[in-house]
Design a protein around this ligand. Sequence first.
Ligand SMILES: Nc1ncnc2c1ncn2[C@@H]1O[C@H](COP(=O)(O)OP(=O)(O)OP(=O)(O)O)[C@@H](O)[C@H]1O
Length: 299
Amino acid sequence: MTTTTAVTLSGVTRRYGEVQAVAGVDLTIRSGEVVALLGPNGAGKSTTLEILLGLVRPDQGSVQLYGQSPADAIAVGQVGVMLQSGGIIEDAKVGELLDLVAGLHKNPLPVTDALQRAGIADLGNRKLKALSGGQKQRVRFAMAIVAQPDLIVLDEPTTGMDVESRRDFWAAMHAETARGRTVLFATHYLEEADAYADRVVLMRAGKIVADGTAAQIKASVSGRTIRATVPGADLATLATLPGVRNVETRGDVVLLQCADSDDTLRYLLANTPAHDIEITSADLEDAVLAIGAQQESAA
Ligand SMILES: Nc1ncnc2c1ncn2[C@@H]1O[C@H](COP(=O)(O)OP(=O)(O)OP(=O)(O)O)[C@@H](O)[C@H]1O
């Protein structure tokens, strides 16, 4: 089987007034990859997906999906989309809406199959406006897969779902990826990226700041954050301690991102009046900060 390229973004930028929402993104996704686009609020994930889908024009750069424009790829049913809002007709019944979407495509799944795969086989006769947020997300998922697309693009698909629904949703998604579909999803959650993606693309301030497997990303941000009250802290000295990646202050509170928190802790206790010390594992925010700090110091 030859490997085709599903997505090519080259030098894509997009500005909204003062905000550089996307600041030069190059991204290639091969057919069959499951890619998480990870990053904090405002990182540029949604704008990147909107550009990729041809919903927003980039100021610069180009986009191809399967070697075509996004509009052409979507028109032939190669792309299924699940965005955060829109796409739903509140007064319609779930089955009617799916019939409508299926009718736009050449080779759709039977609607009952799409509903079943999305875990909402029992909701076909319910009106959209009577559904919970999580159930509506399932309907959006059914709409995304009914055309049997090669590529599924999802923007924060599990928003509004409880833990059990999230788990069911990802099981349904897993069944789609097992069918060889290419998946690109935006998320805030490192755990979702970790569990479900082969590849994690980390965005910050409109740029891709890391791109690799979840294991590679985690290895690059391994370490701990020490949070301590350090009256009169000498930040310059703290920043030069071996293994300290980043130092920030909030008043008297110092936050130290450390590769080796034991060594840093020993130093703080021996040489400073540090107290109220807490040590936590790096979470996504720490990861983004740590990788961002590395990028800035390398620039
Ligand atoms: N239509 C718009 N008009 C003005 N500013 C916008 C618009 N869309 C996005 N932005 C701005 O561009 C930046 C990137 O936003 P974007 O929604 O792409 O980020 P995101 O990573 O998807 O964030 P979130 O996780 O909160 O959805 C933000 O500062 C946002 O306020």
